[in-house]
Design a protein around this ligand. Structure first.
Ligand code: SF4
Length: 351
């Protein structure tokens, strides 16, 4: 009953606010949130929607770095609000601006990073990390644009620093045919005393991972193949490279949705990504068998924080003329961060 009332409150507020409001929801959000949003998508699709929207308020149902990205891309006078300010990201928390600067300083022991290294930041980073990348001439990427952005980066300078998801970096590097011996990993918790091993590297990876996608293991692939003959395994590129190697297909959340939805009736799919998305895919494809690749399906606890009551309270605030949970990015960070995001959008438009 409470759920129905909350949905009604949200829909009523949306009707009243009309085109002045845009509600965006990431694929990993709860069904009750996705169902009342204007758009659902992965981070690239949602950042594009935010960038072209004319709405006065963009309410971002996702995690904080996504709302911050929308705020960086927002036009003059647009405001981005997030229903849960505490919705972080395990992966984004693996990197911060001072530690990134420290790595850059250490690279200077064995190379000239300003001339030789171009940084690429996965969007799962805070605004100041994106700003660092923008200042150094680099670009952001999402899981769906990582290959195009990495290809572009290598056309700009001989070496690339990819932060913070080491698995997305390595999986994409494999696609581009970069040999393992040309890849090194920087562990921010245990930096090396000497930088010799970095001297020859073409690709430097930050040692970060997503707590959700790291849970899929090679044993899971062996098990589903044993238990479900004919199964197709599709995984997200934040998964371990050993898992990606064994899978039939790999791609962003949107790619996974398209691939499974367009497969013939009767297809059997084991999916290696966040559980809310997998459960929704199973529901929306009743003519197929769709289940998680893991025995205990992992879900993102940060993405789960946003409940209808949180969204309703933001919209009710707007109706009263209050902007609650506004996402602010100071101009000195916003400008260089915007350059890094704009490069990504340009590369993916032209690519
Ligand atoms: S699924 Fe992983 S990368 Fe995505 S928001 Fe959650 S912790 Fe971050």
């Amino acid at each position: 009953m409470e759920q129905i009332l909350l949905t009604e409150t949200i829909l009523e507020a949306r009707r009243t606010l009309g085109n002045a409001l845009l509600v965006l929801a990431h694929h990993y959000q709860r069904d009750e949130i996705v169902e009342v949003a204007d758009y659902r998508g992965d981070s690239l699709e949602l950042s594009r929607k935010a960038a072209v929207s004319g709405a006065r308020w963009i309410v971002f149902c996702g995690v904080h770095f996504m709302a911050e990205t929308a705020a960086i891309l927002a036009k003059e006078g647009q405001r981005v609000l997030i229903p849960r300010e505490d919705a972080g990201c395990f992966l984004a928390h693996t990197i911060d601006y001072p530690t990134l600067k420290e790595l850059w300083r250490r690279l200077a022991e064995v190379m000239d990073p300003e001339r030789e290294v171009i940084p690429v930041a996965y969007v799962n980073t805070t605004a100041d990390v994106k700003a660092f990348v923008g200042e150094k001439g680099g670009a952001c990427c999402t899981s769906s644009s990582a290959e195009a952005v990495l290809r572009w980066a290598f056309s700009q300078r001989p070496r690339v620093l990819f932060v913070p998801d080491q698995y997305l970096g390595r999986n994409t590097a494999r696609k581009l045919g970069i040999p393992e011996e040309e890849i090194v990993v920087w562990d921010p918790h245990s930096p090396p005393e000497r930088m010799d091993t970095f001297a020859e590297a073409r690709l430097i990876l930050w040692r970060g991972t997503c707590n959700v996608h790291v849970r899929f293991l090679p044993e899971d692939v062996y098990r589903v193949r044993r238990e479900h003959p004919g199964v197709r395994v599709v995984v997200h590129p934040e998964c371990r490279p050993e898992v990606v190697e064994l899978a039939d297909d790999v791609g962003s959340t949107s790619y996974i949705i398209k691939t499974v939805s367009s497969s013939p009736p009767g297809s059997v799919w084991a999916v290696g990504t966040e559980e809310r998305l997998v459960a929704r895919l199973a529901k929306e494809n009743p003519d197929k068998e769709v289940f998680s690749l893991a025995e205990v399906p992992p879900f993102c606890s940060y993405m789960s924080l946003t409940r209808p009551a949180d969204l309703a309270s933001i919209l009710e605030g707007l109706l009263r003329g209050e902007e609650r949970n506004g996402v602010e990015v100071p101009p000195e960070i916003r400008e260089p961060a915007r350059r890094a995001l704009a490069r990504m959008l340009d590369i993916t438009h032209s690519g």
